[in-house]
Design a protein around this ligand. Structure first.
Ligand code: SF4
Length: 368
């Protein structure tokens, strides 16, 4: 780690590295003190892994643990590994004695062994809840949750299935189709609950890996065309329950709905596992501005009309939390509630919201 005060590019990783290097030098190369300074001074999401010039491997997680980080060992405890998700340990057979790096914890691995210390301990934790709907690998376990992510997604689907079966609901789909791959497990849960046939009528091109929701509108549409193909014979003439993880801007879903309509279906009812997104993410997920977020200005029936579906049903907030199995105070839910776990983020987003309401032109994402 080198001391340097100038910042050359707009990468948040560079800012964190420079701050850490600066504090390391100023604390006479005391990693504990340097990391503590970073944890106390830098607000935001960072799960960090590094190596000092004397060969110590270290890892730490921001003080409220917005993004996951795991530690695991080989069976003989000779090898220790750190991974952003438990799956990184599993596939390398390093998942013995697995545990999460706690929020505000510093792990140091050196010739003397492993030291672990919770340097900053706040009452609040705030693991990104969107991990459970979209980001995390389904075969990971996050933050001490008792179950694999795929099991939680199945519960999301079961919850939505119960909503579909509710008395008085006139929506009666003939077939369930999940959007691959993040909604596959929820689709299965929906099928288990409702016994409606599940069909893999949307096929994903396995070599197109671009993530459509973090690029431009034109590119998003082109990516989707390449990425998703509809098997018409499976759904033509039927009423569809389309299961997806989220609606951010709505243009992706509009494109999917159009593709499905072109297959000659009778109706499209959309079920979304992540509750309605109403506020942007300032913690590093490029999730649109207020003006772009369809859920910030429209209710589900308006959203259905805009995207060309017959109905849109979101999983309820309470069902979502219950299915995850963590307390509300252990999760970041800011993009669903508008309540941010860190004061600077709240201030910036509130100001953006005020500007949006007053029709001040939005000049970019919050981090810009
Ligand atoms: S605001 Fe939403 S996407 Fe961002 S960290 Fe919180 S839950 Fe995750």
């Amino acid at each position: 780690m080198k001391k340097s005060s100038s910042i050359g590019i707009s990468s948040d990783t560079e800012i964190l590295c420079k701050k850490l290097g600066l504090e390391y030098e100023e604390s006479d190369r005391d990693l504990n003190r340097a990391v503590e300074k970073c944890l106390r001074d830098i607000e935001g999401a960072y799960s960090t892994i590094g190596i000092t010039d004397s060969g110590e491997l270290f890892a730490f997680r921001d003080s409220i643990g917005i993004k996951p980080l795991s530690v695991g060992y080989s069976q003989d405890k000779d090898v220790i590994a750190i991974s952003s998700e438990s799956i990184g340990l599993d596939i390398n057979d390093l998942n013995y004695f697995h545990s999460d790096v706690e929020p505000g914890e510093l792990v140091i691995v050196s010739d003397e062994g492993v030291s672990r210390k919770r340097i900053v301990q706040l009452d609040r934790k705030a693991l990104c809840s969107f991990e459970f709907a979209y980001f995390a690998r389904p075969d990971s376990i996050l933050n001490g949750a008792s179950e694999y992510v795929y099991k939680i997604r199945q519960k999301f689907g079961r919850n939505l299935g119960k909503t579909c079966l509710q008395k008085g609901n006139s929506v009666k789909p003939d077939v369930i189709i999940p959007l691959p791959e993040s909604a596959n497990d929820a689709g299965y849960g929906f099928h288990e609950e409702t016994k409606i046939p599940l069909e893999a009528a949307l096929r994903r091109h396995r070599y197109v890996t671009d993530r459509a929701f973090i690029t431009t509108k034109k590119d998003r549409s082109a990516i989707l065309d390449k990425k998703i193909n509809v098997v018409k014979s499976m759904i033509s003439g039927k009423k569809i329950a389309l299961i997806d993880d989220s609606i951010v801007r709505g243009d992706m879903t509009t494109n999917v709905v159009k593709k499905i309509r072109d297959a000659g279906v009778k109706a499209i009812h959309i079920y979304i596992t992540f509750p309605k997104i109403i506020s942007p993410c300032p913690y590093g997920i490029d999730m649109a501005t207020f003006g772009e977020l369809i859920g910030a200005k429209h209710d589900p029936s308006e959203i259905a009309t805009i995207i060309g579906a017959d109905s849109v049903q979101y999983q309820s907030f309470d069902d979502f939390i219950k299915a995850i199995g963590l307390k509300e105070t252990e999760l970041c839910l800011a993009c669903i509630t508008g309540n941010y776990s860190t004061p600077l983020a709240q201030r910036i987003v509130d100001e953006k919201r005020r500007q949006y309401k007053e029709s001040v032109e939005e000049i970019g994402r919050i981090y810009e």
